[in-house]
Design a protein around this ligand. Structure first.
Ligand SMILES: NC(=O)c1ccc[n+]([C@@H]2O[C@H](COP(=O)([O-])OP(=O)(O)OC[C@H]3O[C@@H](n4cnc5c(N)ncnc54)[C@H](OP(=O)(O)O)[C@@H]3O)[C@@H](O)[C@H]2O)c1
Length: 341
């Protein structure tokens, strides 16, 4: 476990990085995304921050707070329902018009629900889209800007990282159903969680190979009391609130979660794949057990999960390629052909 004092010591060093780091928080208007954005603003010099979400009122309040916290920051809110991949493309287009690099893509977008499959006009389940397809589309679209950031010769300006917060543990434990990866016919909340987490692990490994100057992290936050219960409705919400009060001693405080995720987003041991070729030492173990592989599965406390037997078996059966081929097909049908999956 990385001690909170070590996290804080590291985060305080970020002030010495070059001014003007660019960070995109997809899901930055609430919870872990908000808390991590706040720590980023507090600890960096003149950051350019993009918060992506739908709640304009909340975003305005957050922007006021961040402006006071660090008057050198440039703060932007992009209002969009990114469960639609075509909206993801629009958001990325807007960012590309304003920035020529992105140092951090931090994704927490999603929600809790007890409902079954809710199909979007693009033919995907809404929750599954937010947890997997939309996030991976953000990565694909912004990868060139992340590579530009990585190629900065100044080591104080070359941070280039993607962090996706969901459940890296689950991603290693259970296999997806390869005959129905989008869960058109086999949707359940459990299958949705398994597919999003497992497919994310393999796709981040794929991206780490394709974009070796950027590092990719799938993080498990543990229990954090956030706005995540809101969409469950008042009755379930109140019951779950009472449960979280009882569980408080076992949960991670929201501020600590933000501090720990800022650490994940910036600590040097989660190095990009190409750093290994440079002989960089003290790199963390990747999801495939290889030190410095560029794709890491993190626990809430900063420890990495290495290879699991299940993931090793799936990898040997070509899971990464099968999942990426499927994801590309979804992107092609929806984004390139303006159709439906
Ligand atoms: N909190 C926990 O204990 C916990 C535990 C395990 C895993 N997780 C996972 O970690 C992630 C973050 O959780 P959290 O607790 O921080 O959640 P949260 O407080 O509910 O925040 C979710 C964010 O997603 C945005 N969002 C939701 N639907 C959207 C849409 N259609 N388009 C654009 N933005 C949308 C929300 O913004 P708007 O409201 O502005 O749209 C909000 O900023 C989630 O994926 C969650 O499943 C959380």
């Amino acid at each position: 476990m990385v001690a909170l004092s070590a996290v804080r010591t590291h985060n305080a060093t970020l002030k010495s990085l070059s001014p003007g780091l660019v960070a995109v928080f997809v899901g930055g208007t609430s919870g872990i995304g908000f808390s991590t954005a706040r720590e980023f603003v507090r600890n960096t010099d003149a950051p350019h921050i993009y918060l992506v979400g739908r709640n304009q009122i909340e975003a305005s309040k957050i922007i006021d707070e961040f402006q006071q916290l660090n008057p050198s920051s440039q703060l932007n809110f992009i209002k969009s329902d990114v469960s639609l991949l075509r909206n993801v493309d629009e958001v990325c287009k807007e960012i590309k018009e304003k920035e020529d690099k992105v140092n951090l893509l931090f994704m927490t977008v999603g929600y809790l629900t007890l409902q079954g499959r809710q199909e979007t006009v693009e033919g995907l389940d809404r929750k599954f889209s937010l947890h997997y397809y939309a996030r991976m589309r953000f990565v694909q679209n912004l990868a060139p800007l992340l590579t530009t950031a990585a190629n900065n010769p100044d080591p104080k300006a070359n941070l280039s990282r993607v962090v996706s917060v969901l459940d890296s543990r689950l991603g290693r434990a259970v296999a997806p159903n390869f005959s129905d990866l989008s869960l058109k016919d086999n949707f359940s909340l459990k299958n949705c969680a398994v597919h999003a987490c497992s497919m994310m692990n393999f796709t981040l490994e794929h991206f780490a190979q394709q974009y070796p100057a950027t590092s990719f992290i799938h993080a498990y936050p543990s229990g954090v009391r956030t706005g995540a219960l809101r969409p469950m409705g008042p009755v379930v919400n109140n019951v779950l609130k009472a449960v979280t009060v009882l569980l408080k001693p076992f949960m991670v405080d929201l501020k600590e979660s933000g501090e720990r995720h800022l650490y994940a987003a910036t600590a040097p041991q989660f190095a990009p794949r190409e750093a290994k070729a440079d002989g960089k030492e003290n790199v963390a173990k990747g999801m495939d057990e290889e030190p410095g592989s560029g794709a890491y599965a993190l626990n809430w406390n900063g420890e990495v999960f290495g290879e699991s037997q299940k993931a090793a078996g799936l990898r040997a059966e070509g899971a990464e390629k099968r999942i990426w081929d499927h994801t590309e097909e979804v992107f092609r049908k929806i984004c390139d052909e303006n159709g439906k999956y």
